[in-house]
Each structure stands twice: as structure tokens, then as C-alpha cells.
Design a protein around this ligand. Structure first.
Ligand SMILES: NC(=O)c1ccc[n+]([C@@H]2O[C@H](COP(=O)([O-])OP(=O)(O)OC[C@H]3O[C@@H](n4cnc5c(N)ncnc54)[C@H](O)[C@@H]3O)[C@@H](O)[C@H]2O)c1
Length: 351
């Protein structure tokens, strides 16, 4: 296949990371057009990245027959509508996280991609960090023995004053849990290499006056009989942790991409640093995977069903926080439990 020609819808902050990544992959992919409601934003991107076309609305961009795929890089509440429209226009879609703000919306998106024979990938960037890739390689090699448990953190300054209003409002899909907890649950579930069956959580707004949460702790049970903990806190003041700590029967593993960047393996009661590739940056790895999925007609690593499963865990955690009860996942009810401690799979996530 010749170069993939891409349209970027939403020229806010994260679109820059996508354009920077695509610029590093110019043999395989190029940005042909951007769409944003604001002309100055379109202009900024067109000039900086030498992008030939700019549109004021996504509907105009989707009519452009020269565009093969789009990146949906705007607010959470718009992911669903724009993804469905893009699929119906015959474009492959890389949609930013969180996939959407209800399971019905996720289902619509999966259905639209399938009905139109296009690829749908969710921008779960944690899969594409150099540190995460090395950590997953170590776990999948089996050298640490069977997985026992994992705890993943994203605890960072929420930055209330700089957050646009929709990211502070749960109604629009904002708050720390949906905005950043989605990364923690995604990474935890990827590391646990299984499907979640139930979740019990405490979620609240404890450090800010806003209509979205800022802190969550979730205990997630998996089909393989194991459990993990996801902690996602946007504090008013403190010091950050983005670490994931995995304990296996014959060794331990800690890794983090932000703040301190490291992969450490624990054996014989001491931690040793493990080298990892960095660069390429995560968005470059993400785009490589998306392009490969389209060119080779295979499922992208963070496909629609995966994105939906992560959202199902997040929504069930919210229900649990309200009811005070452990919530069984709808998709988990018919699953049979595997023997606890069985080695994790080499496949992407699903056991
Ligand atoms: N993967 C990551 O690590 C990561 C990091 C940051 C943000 N994100 C996600 O990326 C998404 C975008 O975040 P952001 O901070 O860049 O957003 P933003 O709010 O800064 O930018 C959104 C842009 O979309 C434009 N826009 C709004 N409605 C539009 C429409 N109908 N048509 C065209 N343009 C429209 C706005 O004018 C704005 O320029 C969010 O879902 C966020 O969660 C992901």
C-alpha cells in the first residue's frame, strides 16, 4: 500500500504529539488535512507541519476522498459521534482515549467500524512506551514465573486552573478517572493479561471543588483468578507516581515512564535496572501499529473491543463507588475462571 493519508480532527494539545510522531514516519504516513472549528488553530498546525488542507468542520474533512484515515483528537464527549461519522465515511479511525462516555457509544463505534470494513484503534498510549514494551517483554518471556498481582498508579497534580471545563465535568466525560484512570486500568489489564470479571472501587472528589472526580482506588478481579489494584489521583499538591509494580512468583518488576523513567527487575532481594528503547516516543509506536494494522489487515493492538472492555471496567468502578458493592462485569458473567497463577499469555491481553 502507498503512504497512508491522514486527517487530524481537533487541533488542541494532543494533536501535536500525533503530528510530531507522523513526521518521524514520513515513508509510511502523512497528514493531509486538519479540521478545527477555530481558524487560528488550523493555521498553526498547517504552517508548523506543512499540512496542505484545513477544514472548519469534521464533516467537510470526511468528504475528502484523498483521506484514508483520521485521528479523532478532541473532547471525550465527541469521540463517539465523530468516530461513527468517520467510519461511515469509509475512514479508518484512531480515536483518543477514553474511547467514549457510555458502553452504548462504544458499541456503536465498534459496529460502525465493522459495518464499513475499517480499522478502529483507541489511543491507549501506555502500550507504546519504551518502558511498558520492555516490561511486557520481560513478563511474557516467563523469566519471572507466574504472575501473582500488580498495582498501577497515576498520581499527579490535577492542575485545576489549567483544565478546560469539560475535563472537570463528569457529564462531559471528564474527571481524573475517565481522563487518566483509563490509562491506569488499561496498563493494569494489559499486564494482568486477562479479562476483568468484577470491580470494587472508591471514587470521589476530594481535593477540588468540581463536578468530576479527582481520586479513585479500584480492586479488579480477572478471569485468570488474579486481582490487581488501580490508583488514579489528581491531587492539589504532592509528588507524582506513575509506577506499575508487578509481583510474580520468581521475580518482581517495576516500571515507569514519567517522572523517573525506569524498568527494574527484582531478584535475590535487590532491584536491577533493565535497559529499554526510548526513543521512539509512544505516539510513534502507536502510529506504526495503526498503519501496520491497516496495511496488513489485522486488528490493531488496542482495538475497539479492548477499548470497550477498559471502559466497562471504569463504568463498573463508578457504579461500585456509588453502591459500595463489588460489581460484576456484564461481559464477565459467562467466563470460566482459569487456574490462579497460570503464566500470562503472549497474546495482546486476552486470555
Ligand atoms: N493519549 C494521551 O496520553 C493523551 C494525552 C492528552 C490528551 N489525550 C486525549 O486527547 C483528546 C484531546 O485532548 P486535547 O487536550 O488535545 O483537547 P483540547 O480540548 O485541547 O482540543 C480539542 C480541539 O478540538 C477542537 N474542536 C472541538 N470541537 C470540534 C469539532 N466539532 N470539529 C473540529 N474541531 C473541534 C477545539 O477547537 C480544540 O482545538 C482528549 O480525549 C484527551 O483525553 C490523550
Amino acid at each position: 500500500m502507498s503512504k497512508l493519508r491522514v486527517g487530524i480532527i481537533g487541533c488542541g494539545g494532543i494533536a501535536r504529539s500525533h503530528c510530531d510522531a507522523i513526521a518521524q514516519l514520513r515513508d509510511q504516513v502523512e497528514v493531509l488535512a486538519v479540521a478545527d472549528l477555530f481558524e487560528e488553530k488550523r493555521r498553526e498546525y498547517m504552517e508548523k507541519y506543512s499540512i496542505p488542507k484545513g477544514y472548519g468542520t469534521h464533516t467537510e474533512l470526511l468528504k475528502d476522498d484523498d483521506i484514508d484515515a483520521v485521528a479523532v483528537t478532541l473532547g471525550h464527549q465527541l469521540h463517539h459521534r465523530l468516530t461513527v461519522d468517520a467510519c461511515n465515511a469509509g475512514k479508518h479511525v484512531l480515536v483518543e482515549k477514553p474511547m467514549a462516555i457510555s458502553l452504548e457509544q462504544c458499541d456503536d463505534m465498534i459496529e460502525a467500524a465493522s459495518a464499513n470494513g475499517v480499522k478502529l484503534m483507541v489511543g491507549q498510549t501506555q502500550h507504546f512506551y519504551g518502558t511498558s514494551l520492555k516490561a511486557k517483554e520481560i513478563l511474557d518471556s516467563g523469566e519471572l514465573g507466574p504472575l501473582v498481582t500488580a498495582v498501577c498508579y497515576m498520581s499527579k497534580k490535577w492542575g485545576f486552573s489549567g483544565r478546560p471545563p469539560q475535563y472537570r465535568s463528569r457529564y462531559h466525560g471528564g474527571g481524573m478517572w475517565l481522563s487518566n484512570g483509563v490509562h491506569v486500568v488499561d496498563r493494569l489489564t494489559w499486564v494482568m493479561a486477562s479479562q476483568a470479571v468484577s470491580v470494587s472501587a472508591s471514587i470521589g472528589t476530594r481535593a477540588h471543588y468540581q463536578a468530576g472526580d479527582d481520586s479513585a482506588t479500584a480492586f479488579i478481579r480477572y478471569k485468570n483468578g488474579l486481582a490487581g489494584v488501580a490508583v488514579s489521583v489528581g491531587y492539589a499538591d504532592g509528588a507524582p507516581s506513575y509506577e506499575c509494580h508487578v509481583i510474580c512468583a520468581n521475580g518482581s518488576l517495576r516500571f515507569s515512564q514519567h517522572g523517573e523513567k525506569f524498568v527494574k527487575v527484582g531478584k535475590d532481594d535487590k532491584w536491577e535496572d533493565v535497559p529499554f528503547d526510548d526513543p521512539p516516543a509512544q505516539f510513534q509506536n502507536e502510529w506504526k501499529a495503526f498503519v501496520e494494522a491497516i496495511q496488513q489487515d489485522i486488528e490493531p493492538p488496542a482495538h475497539g473491543e479492548w477499548g470497550r472492555h477498559i471502559m466497562e471496567i471504569l463504568f463498573a468502578a463508578e457504579e461500585s463507588a456509588i453502591t459500595g458493592q463489588e460489581v460484576l462485569l456484564e461481559s464477565g458473567l459467562n467466563w470460566t475462571t482459569q487456574t490462579s497463577g497460570s503464566p500470562i499469555t503472549r497474546e495482546h491481553g486476552w486470555v
